[in-house]
Design a protein around this ligand. Structure first.
Ligand code: SF4
Length: 403
């Protein structure tokens, strides 16, 4: 409810008193505060900030770690969407929530505060595969619930992407290992250099009641872009894998190619680096029945020769139908995760929706639902093209002026 609705303008001709008068009383509703709503770990931000204000630092830390066990780490490397969500950005600037979190995390390490010792065991055993942030957080919460927990990880150092993906100048390794030690001090066992090959066998052999898979992936996001004023393009070289990525490189043989603009097909050799059997997703104004005849000759030839699987998605149409205007990023991203087999499809869609919820928390539920709707539409609008065995096109690729 806006202030305009609440306050009636004063009527100078029928004056009965001074100043504006409330016409409608505000209705108070109990919602999550915007900072809390924006925090991916669900920290009770107002709760721990209130205790810090009272200088009750240990209680503030205890309140903070109800939700997540690594405040010194989050306080350094989280991209702090809580601060983007903070209401104060509309008046001056946001509260420095992340710095307060870091201070509490560091204080706990300096003062040797510890997580609660478990007094009541549940008698259940859980195996966690992967000692990255997800596995460690799961271990903490499962241990708090009284379960016996063992983490097994193929790498020689615990921490997953926090150790292998974040540079040490952003996350000092002594801080990382100190917070991991606080979790092992609760009784969580971590076995390193242990690659789990057969999950069911490990579960049975170890007498575990449940297994939590947190094996994660290593990712490269490497972008090659030009800065021409017109006709520029960006090529994203993405790699996902089970093994540590030591250095980024340009991809020469891609198992997936996404083309965000149909007219790129007549300007660039978009499929040059597609490997045999790769999947191609094309933002196309033509549906699966009509798209083939609109492809240039050389593109048809590459699709047939390399045995590519071709999918079309009319991202502009989906954007228009879901009130997204000309914004097609979320839509093409959905198509990518549907087809690229990086994660199981259902999980990928759920993650995209969660990310939308966090990113647009400040813009309100309407914007979040609009984006969710676009995701659902993108899923149903992605179509497979039946590729003929012969090239039929007469459309050529235009000569481009090189740099
Ligand atoms: S810094 Fe990150 S983890 Fe910490 S409260 Fe903000 S969003 Fe949550």
């Amino acid at each position: 409810m806006s202030a305009k609705q609440i306050v009636r303008k004063s009527d100078l001709f029928n004056l009965t008193g001074t100043g504006p008068k409330p016409a409608i009383l505000p209705v108070y509703k109990d919602y999550l505060p915007p900072c809390n709503q924006s925090c991916p770990t669900g920290n009770d931000i107002q709760g721990f900030l209130a205790l810090v204000r009272e200088r009750e630092f240990k209680k503030a830390w205890q309140k903070l770690v109800i939700n997540q066990p690594m405040p010194a780490i989050h306080g350094r490397v989280c991209y702090h969407p809580c601060e983007t969500g903070c209401n104060r950005v509309n008046s001056d600037s946001s509260v420095s929530i992340q710095q307060v979190e870091r201070m509490l995390g560091d204080l706990a390490l300096n003062q040797n505060w510890s997580y609660p010792q478990i007094t009541e065991e549940s008698g259940q055993k859980v195996l966690i595969i992967g000692a990255g942030p997800s596995g460690l957080a799961a271990a903490y919460h499962l241990r708090l619930a009284g379960h016996q927990v063992e983490i097994r990880d193929a790498n020689p150092i615990a921490g997953g992407m926090m150790n292998y993906g974040i540079p040490a100048y952003r996350l000092p390794r002594d801080i990382l290992q100190a917070e991991i030690k606080m979790i092992t001090d609760m009784g969580v066992k971590i076995t390193l250099n242990y690659k789990v090959e057969n999950v069911l066998k490990e579960k049975q052999d170890g007498g575990f009641d449940a297994v939590f898979l947190a094996d994660g992936k290593f990712v490269q996001g490497y972008y090659d872009y030009d800065s021409k004023k017109a006709g520029s393009r960006t090529v994203s070289h993405l790699r996902f894998g089970e093994h540590l990525i030591e250095a980024p490189w340009m991809i020469e043989r891609a198992s997936f190619v996404g083309i965000n603009q149909f007219n790129f097909l007549t300007k660039f050799d978009c499929l040059e680096h597609a490997e045999v059997g790769a999947t191609v997703l094309l933002n196309s104004p033509y549906n699966a029945d009509d798209a083939w005849s609109q492809l240039p000759y050389a593109v048809q030839q590459q699709i047939i020769t390399k045995k590519l699987s071709l999918y079309v998605l009319d991202a502009m149409k989906v954007a228009a139908e879901t009130n997204m205007g000309r914004r097609i990023n979320t839509i093409m991203q959905t198509g990518f995760f549907m087809l690229a087999n990086v994660f199981p499809q259902q999980e990928a869609i759920a993650q995209i929706k969660h990310s939308i919820e966090v990113t647009y928390a400040r813009k309100g539920q309407r914007v979040i639902e609009m984006n969710w709707n676009a995701v659902d539409h993108a899923v149903s609008a992605t179509q497979k093209v039946m590729v003929p065995t012969t090239v039929t096109s007469l459309i050529g690729i235009k000569e481009t002026i090189t740099d």
